[in-house]
Design a protein around this ligand. Structure first.
Ligand code: G6P
Length: 364
């Protein structure tokens, strides 16, 4: 595919920049201010069926899997349905127990990833209900699913996913709110989340305005041979996705760990040559996350924090606007897309077409 780059040097930069509009699109026409809920036309799931769901299992690959991890957290916290995400390929190779009371959700930007499609087909064969959270309209996974929602990110050309990741997470927030309001989420809570969702486009624009500052930071960290990304609960999938993005386009080795697991192993790696990127939201886990920063500092590790206010234990902090706790991961991922981008740029990488990778993997 070839689309106009609109004055950007790379599709990745163009697609990162498009996120305020893309998020606006996924929200448009779906919010119901009368009942403080969300309407998603294509779900094919009535209220009675929605109440019968006992578990949610989300399947995807790569960045879509990470979006699914955040989605599972949103569904669990807003709809109070046990939910988890798993790489689609792992799922289909382990002869999973397919349960009729579980709602399965397949996530895919392209809608053509073979491992996801094969998982959907296996699920359908075993009588499961499968929804798709897909970007490309009319794609194989969208057609195979019983229903679902499009994420309306628009065409994504860069091999690595940015705007589609963000939109997919927002689509999951909508789905979680929809399920929550059918189940136990109160009117007031619904309103709180809706107000948060409406703030996202302007808050994303605000983050994009700090690009020059993030570029300078990227140039300072670009000499690292390896980087550690940590986060806790909602912050952990953000760390996973940020580390994947960095690996994919800069070829710097990166790993993501739950901050709480540092002491069970990776702390042994911490030294000045291994910088840590830490996700530190102002939420109920703030003090726990600060303690992790102290642990790292005590071992002379360099720290770049993504937080809602300056972190004194960190060498640098990227401050992002605060939203509702549940929606913070959406915003905290954005500066880390720019960090990966500018690191790769500083290293002269082919950003839109990283070596060895394809935009969609349609074979096994
Ligand atoms: C490939 C791409 C990744 C993408 C993954 C899943 O590996 O390189 O960027 O996240 O496929 O793609 P999908 O289209 O299913 O979201």
């Amino acid at each position: 595919a070839s689309y106009d780059m609109g004055g950007h040097d790379t599709y990745m930069h163009k697609e990162i920049s498009e996120q305020p509009d893309a998020v606006d699109r996924v929200l448009r026409g779906r919010i119901d201010d009368r009942f403080n809920t969300v309407h998603l036309g294509g779900l094919n799931l009535d209220a009675r069926e929605a109440r019968g769901i006992r578990r949610v299992k989300i399947l995807g690959c790569g960045t879509s899997y990470h979006a699914g991890l955040i989605g599972a957290g949103l569904i669990e916290s807003l709809a109070r349905i046990p939910a988890d995400a798993e790489p689609a390929s792992e799922f289909r190779y382990r002869n999973p127990v397919v349960d009729p009371d579980t709602l399965y959700i397949a996530v895919s930007q392209s809608g053509e990833t073979y491992d996801v499609l094969a998982a959907v087909q296996e699920l359908k064969r075993k009588g499961a209900r499968v929804l798709g959270v897909v970007n490309v309209v009319g794609s194989a996974i969208a057609r195979e699913a019983d229903g679902g929602t499009y994420v309306h990110a628009g065409p994504e050309v860069c091999v690595v996913s940015t705007k589609c990741f963000t939109n997919t997470v927002v689509a999951f927030a909508l789905l979680a709110l929809h399920l929550g309001r059918i189940r136990d989420l109160s009117v007031a809570e619904g309103k709180r989340i809706i107000e948060g969702l409406r703030k996202l486009p302007a808050q994303i624009s605000e983050i994009l305005e700090s690009e020059d500052e993030i570029k300078k930071l990227a140039e300072q960290y670009a000499d690292a041979k390896s980087m550690m990304f940590i986060g806790r609960v909602r912050g952990y999938p953000v760390a996973l996705e940020a580390s994947l993005k960095l690996k994919e386009i800069s070829y710097i080795h990166a790993e993501a760990y739950p901050a709480s697991e540092l002491k069970h192993g990776p702390l042994a790696l911490i030294e000045p040559a291994l910088p840590t990127v830490a996700i530190v939201p102002d939420d109920e886990l703030l003090e726990k996350n600060r303690a992790a920063l102290e642990e790292i500092k005590a071992r002379s590790g360099r720290i770049l924090a993504v937080a809602h206010r300056e972190q004194e234990k960190a060498d640098h902090t990227i401050v992002v606007p605060k939203n509702e706790d549940e929606l913070d991961p959406i915003l905290m991922g954005i500066p880390l897309q720019l960090l990966a981008y500018h690191t790769a740029l500083a290293l002269g990488r082919d950003i839109d077409k990283p070596r060895n990778l394809a935009k969609s993997v349609t074979v096994e």
